[in-house]
Write a protein that binds this ligand. Sequence first.
Ligand code: GDP
Length: 456
Amino acid sequence: MLSFETIVAPATPPGEGGVGIVRLSGPRAVDFLGLVFKGKTPVTTMSTHRLYHGHLVDCDNKHVDEVLAVVMRAPHSYTGEDVVEVHCHGGTQILRNVLDLFLATGATMAAPGEFTQRAFLNGRMDLAQAEAVVDVIKARSERAGRVAMDQLDGHLSQKIYQFSSELKNALALLEAHIDFPDDEVGALDLPGMLAPIRDLSLEMSTLASSFEVGRVLREGVSVLILGRPNVGKSSLMNALLGESRSIVTDVAGTTRDTLEEQLILGGFPVRLVDAAGVRDTLDLVEQEGVRRAREKALSADLILMVVDGACPLTDEDFLALELCQPEKTIVVVNKSDQAQACDLEMLLGFPHRVAVSAKHNQGLDGLRSTVVGRLGCDATLAGDEGVVITERRHRDALLQAVSALDAVVASANALAPLECLAMELREALAALGKITGETTPDEILDKIFSQFCIGK
Ligand code: GDP
């Protein structure tokens, strides 16, 4: 299903910028450039991968823009086809004019992700690598970017190919014993064949479970700051953000709405949510705040439950604590700079506690590392080169492969016919193939590429 059309799209985001790039890909990309480019070097004699200065003109010889153009000849281009990029002035209207110019020469507007889809179809990258392109673009932290870049470099794919190749060896062995009698190929060493399959199944489940970390890296997590008024929630939020975003006040209950801020904690993108102060009150606005805090507490990945270390716990504190599930809660005992009077023994059900002074920036590093630890991210990413699954689709495919392999082992134990084992092995292989794109149905491919932006 390779296309013979030449596609065009802006490769830079909409808006104003120093430079805007329009990109073409397809068999006629260089011809189309030749129709509109006027420069010292004719397009036909341009060397590949070199920038040339010139002007774009329309069919009436009207000047459209002064540009730099580059031709990247197949197969050494992003898509594997002839690719042309024109660097114009980065204005919305200019880019539109340049785009119209190429559409008039006969190019077709590219669909979202079509450049990358062509790269995939032309074998320039496999599906896991193509998907990583979006993650590289969208990465919100250094760590997320590194994991995406590793995937783009093919680290995940290599792992999957390695799994597949071991499974193919086992399948070849089985098929030999199915096709030929034992006296020709020797008796099948079933335990010898099953041992590596068990190991592979374990390795695949471990890889699948790295999705917990991958999800956090890709989507970020929501951390809710909860507590009664005046314990220092806004101060804590500001301290973690490093600048004054939410308004700190001495009057109880003034942070009525919820505030949300993005930050990077230990390399992970985090949405920090400051819920309205929780208090048992008839004030309707505040009651609404409590209802929302309850909802936020349920959906948050982690709760920072702030108490005032300088005074005993109050009914309002307990009301807030009621909203928290202990396993996803860190009790932040604030105001550690003051004499401590908080009856922490009342918080036995909440084992994770950190003392801080939000106002004086004390204990925040300890809090940050406790947060990262609670998110279950620290240990798994300790070895930086470890491959991490960031796509739910990949995790599901790995788990399908694992259950197919477990079925192989179970069938072998039940002395099932070898054909049955071979069938289950093929299922595992097909599941792995979905990750790299060999066995991915077209509608899934279309869905994946439609999530890309135009021009990628
Ligand atoms: P919120 O209502 O929970 O958001 O609380 P705020 O952040 O508005 O803080 C309430 C009051 O506590 C303000 O006067 C802050 O300056 C004060 N406060 C916050 N953190 C600390 C701290 O670590 N030590 C001391 N001594 N005061 C603090």
